[in-house]
Design a protein around this ligand. Structure first.
Ligand SMILES: [Zn+2]
Length: 82
């Protein structure tokens, strides 16, 4: 998927991806969250990326994988081809 090359993304998309990746989203302010949500709804790239991330988050929560090591989590990420 072309989204893999972050440098090709518009600046605004990179910011949204950053939030998604680093799970900073929960710490973002109300307007920031709203801005991200609206962007995701309208942006094909970010929408696809966001869905992938949601899948991963759900998977991690469902299986309580938070006790896994960093390398094990990386392996799961790789399998989901994020
Ligand atoms: Zn975008």
């Amino acid at each position: 998927m072309e989204i893999k090359n972050m440098n090709n993304l518009p600046r605004s998309c990179q910011k949204v991806a950053e939030y998604s990746d680093k799970q900073q989203y929960a710490e973002a302010g109300f307007w920031e969250k709203l801005r991200i949500q609206i962007h995701i709804l309208h942006c094909r790239h970010c929408h696809a990326y966001h869905i992938k991330n949601e899948e991963l988050t759900r998977l991690l929560q469902n299986h309580q994988l938070k006790f896994l090591s960093k390398s094990e989590k990386e392996e799961i990420k790789a399998r989901l081809s994020l």
